[in-house]
Ligand binder design. Structure first.
Ligand SMILES: [Zn+2]
Length: 76
């Protein structure tokens, strides 16, 4: 079996080099931040008068987790 010159993995037909760990971590972080802000925007959209208090951090976290989860699922 031939090996990939870049990642030393088995060079199968559908081979794609795994990306470097730092880049993956960076992508996950960017995804989490994006998802968190998206969740905040959604919260603001559904709660224009700020009636739901103390939900900012929770929704940010939930959005971040969902975004990372989706990102991981798409990469798997
Ligand atoms: Zn490779």
């Amino acid at each position: 079996m031939a090996t990939c010159p870049r990642c030393k993995g088995h060079l199968t037909d559908g081979h794609r080099c795994p990306r470097r760990r730092g880049l993956i971590a960076l992508e996950i972080a960017a995804c989490a931040i994006g998802g968190g802000f998206l969740a905040l925007l959604l919260l603001a959209a559904f709660d224009p008068h700020g009636q739901v208090t103390d939900m900012d951090a929770v929704s940010f976290l939930a959005g971040a987790l969902v975004a990372v989860g989706i990102n991981r699922a798409l990469r798997a």
